[in-house]
Design a protein around this ligand. Sequence first.
Ligand SMILES: [Zn+2]
Ligand SMILES: [Zn+2]
Length: 396
Amino acid sequence: MHRNVAKVTFWGVRGSIPTLDRGMWRYGGNTPCIDIVAPNGTRFILDCGTGLRMLGNHWPNSEGDHAEQAHVFVTHYHWDHIQGVPFFRPFYLPQNDFHFYSFQSKYLGRDSLRQVLEAQLARPYFPVDLTLMHASREFSEIDGGDQFEVKGTKVAARWLNHPQGCLGYRLETPAGTIVYATDNEPGVPEMDENLRRLAEGADIFINDAQCSPEQLASTRKGWGHSSWLEGVKLARECGVKNLVLFHHDPDSSDRLVDGYLHAARQEFPNTWAATDGMAVHLCDKAAEFKLRESRVGQRRPVHFSATVSGHAKDGARFQEYAVMKELNLRGGYMWLSHAPQLQSQIHIRVECGTPEQPNPIALRGSVVHCDAARKDDRVGVGVIFIDDSDTALPFD
Ligand SMILES: [Zn+2]
Ligand SMILES: [Zn+2]
């Protein structure tokens, strides 16, 4: 790996409560957790939602006695940001070392974060008690406005507008700047200014996008959340390079999030919708997004002729003749001469039947993989099929 690379992985992107629903699996159902590995290997964990368990499952050398350290930043104490703690295996291993940071809640007083974490393992809420959590734990109380350095990464914390308080974090690594601003609602001038100062010139700006702009102006006013449109406005105003829509509503289907992403990209092309397992490599301030390994289900090699149309990375529309190489009931893989935008939609018309009696199959897919390694000048493209019984997105 290039020396000056920061790696950001999204382990949980859903707000409020975990979801497990057929119509939500593409974006995922774990509650907020992101980890960031700075170029020098320093590890940061942002929030401890149920996604934390997934991070624990991918933790380096969790079986051996290899020691790992991480700096854990908790934004606030709502369930969806802390509920993964009891299920994070690395907390139970004595060789590990964690440094936690969050604020003093006026409802809890001193040592708020320690109290919150310990209460989750108190009887009768959890079968295992705190004495088995062997990793060393250090707690630091921080406040909005604090700025400090953690092993070469500059960290800034600022208050965001959210019921009972929430901190947004800005991490400036040598490879680029990542801003994590979940759970915030626009409309309080001082807090809006805090958010702008956090977001200023960020390479990756992760912002709450739980509501639609219409909900934010009406039924969800005062709930402490934001919309894709607010993210777009901030991204433009603050010179952000990439906007990530985050904290999807537990009732938002994949199709609805697709719609938010599509609308946001019309205004700010470098917008992405966070999915469980999404990773970003930030190298000298340039971000490369990858979705999780999507090879689910049994694939079958095929050789179907198809006509494929979609949008390239520069937004230009393309149509080409291609051969589909693999197929399963959820997705397919093909080689194209155009590189479609990740998370954009493409239409595929598979030529079936006979020349006398053609019987084409029309499919719509969301691009989940675009392999930069070209073969015969072609790009390997993976798609997940989208159920056409849902309302179609405007596809211009
Ligand atoms: Zn939340
Ligand atoms: Zn919250």
